[in-house]
Structures are given as structure tokens and as C-alpha cells.
Design a protein around this ligand. Structure first.
Ligand SMILES: [Zn+2]
Length: 259
């Protein structure tokens, strides 16, 4: 009987789940049934305002809707981006130390579409209902108020506005746009109102600098955005596209689960 209690949770949450991704909750009375994978634990913790639960390999919302955590499929690098479940998002590590991203480390570039659509809206109209304007270096840019993202961006704007030498990088920004990623089928983070692109004049994008290259080719890294800007965003839960092997240095998005 005791053995069953040990085996069942592992079967439920995929045989492939590696043991180092399994984190025991503090409660020891029901220790085995309370075992939650690392990524799910991060999601529950950073979005604690949403009242989410982890049950049998699903992230469950208070209204009963549930999003699969791990679809248990072995995936190639491309599949992890195009057909990403929540567990896949945590198969990369967001590295704030290295100046250049490692080969194919694209932490955050893949998103479980089901999960972000459930949080922020399933269509342009649905997302738009929760967009509010944020003052951003002479502009008003629409950002979602869900999860406090707009308020967080206001704090970032205030902090960055004290560093006047950075203004030229930050102005002429863009944010909400319901669209798919250039050249791919997956939804862009801009669709959810959680992303901002700063001044394109100082930006570098992997395909502009590496014309004709495919997703698995070796590419040259280019960046002109000061890390001073990046650090402020990261401190407040935004990841930077300049940390991706497939870099997009104008791009920041609210993904506190990866930091
Ligand atoms: Zn962007």
C-alpha cells in the first residue's frame, strides 16, 4: 500500500519527469501526494493572486478550467517553441550572468498558449478589456492590468526616468498587438499585453543580423541595449529578449516565473 502511494504520483505527472524537478512541499503528513514539479511550484507562487492549484499534472484555475502541466512528449528544440506546455518553459534556464546566450538557450521564447490565453484573454477583444495606458517616455502605451503588469511597468518607468542618459533607448516604444511571432505559428507575447518593445533604432534581432539562418544554425550575437535597462526590468519580473540565443533586444515581457 505504501509503495502505491509512492508510485502513483510519478505515473500521473509523467514517467519522464526528472527527479531533480520534483520538489517536496514542506508538509510531511501527506508528503507524497503534495509533490509538485518545480515549474508548477513557480507558477503557483508568482501568480498566487490567481488562486491556482496543481492537481494531477494540471494547473487548475478557480473556475475549474485546467491547463496541462506536462504533456509527457519528448520534443525537439523547435517543438518546444511551437508546441510548448508549461513544463517545457522550464527546460531552459534564464541566465542573467552570461553576456551572450548559450547555443539554443531561448528561455521564455516558448509559452504555453493555453495558459497565457487563460490568464490574459483568448482574443484581441478579450485582452483589450483589461488594457490600461501607461506613461512611457512621452507615450501612452496599452498594457494589461491583470497580475499587476501595468502597475509594475509604471514602477519600471519611474525608475528608468531617473537615468536620463537612457531615454533615447526607451522612447518610441510599442506594446499590445494581437499577432503571431514573425515567421512562426505561435502567438507573440505582445498579444497578451504583457510585452513592450523599446526603441527599434537601437535594437538587434537575430534574423536581421543573421539573414537566411535557420533556428538551429549557429548565429552571431549583437546587442546595443545597455544592461542598466535590462537589470531594472528583470528586478520587476520582466525577462529580456536579449538573453535569448535567438535574440530580440528591444523586447521585454512579464514572466516572473522564469526569474
Ligand atoms: Zn517584442
Amino acid at each position: 500500500m505504501k509503495l502505491l502511494f509512492i508510485i502513483i504520483p510519478f505515473l500521473i505527472s509523467c514517467v519522464s519527469t526528472s527527479t531533480n524537478q520534483i520538489v517536496n512541499q514542506v508538509d510531511t503528513l501527506t508528503s507524497v501526494t503534495d509533490t509538485i514539479p518545480f515549474g508548477a511550484r513557480k507558477i503557483l507562487s508568482v501568480y498566487s493572486n490567481l488562486g491556482l492549484k496543481y492537481v494531477d499534472n494540471y494547473i487548475v484555475f478557480p473556475d475549474g478550467d485546467k491547463i496541462i502541466y506536462d504533456d509527457c512528449r519528448e520534443k525537439s528544440f523547435i517543438e518546444k517553441l511551437d508546441d510548448c506546455d508549461i513544463e517545457d518553459m522550464f527546460s531552459f534556464e534564464y541566465d542573467t550572468i552570461l553576456q551572450k546566450p548559450e547555443y539554443l538557450n531561448d528561455c521564455g521564447r516558448g509559452r504555453s498558449e493555453q495558459f497565457y490565453k487563460k490568464m490574459y484573454g483568448n482574443s484581441a477583444a478579450e485582452v483589450s478589456k483589461n488594457l490600461v495606458k501607461v506613461n512611457w517616455f512621452g507615450q501612452q502605451i496599452p498594457i494589461t492590468k491583470i497580475n499587476g503588469v501595468a502597475d509594475t511597468l509604471k514602477v519600471i518607468a519611474k525608475e528608468l526616468s531617473e537615468k536620463t542618459h537612457l531615454k533615447k533607448y526607451l522612447e518610441k516604444a510599442s506594446s499590445f498587438y494581437w499577432r503571431q511571432v514573425r515567421g512562426a505559428k505561435r502567438q507573440s507575447a505582445h498579444s497578451y499585453g504583457i510585452a513592450i518593445d523599446i526603441n527599434v533604432s537601437y535594437s538587434s534581432y537575430w534574423l536581421w543580423q543573421n539573414k537566411g539562418k535557420s533556428e538551429t544554425d549557429f548565429i552571431i550575437y549583437v546587442n546595443k541595449i545597455p544592461l542598466e535597462i535590462v537589470k531594472v526590468f528583470e528586478k520587476h519580473g520582466f525577462i529580456w529578449g536579449g538573453r535569448w540565443y535567438h535574440f530580440d533586444t528591444m523586447h521585454f515581457e512579464y514572466r516572473p516565473e522564469l526569474l
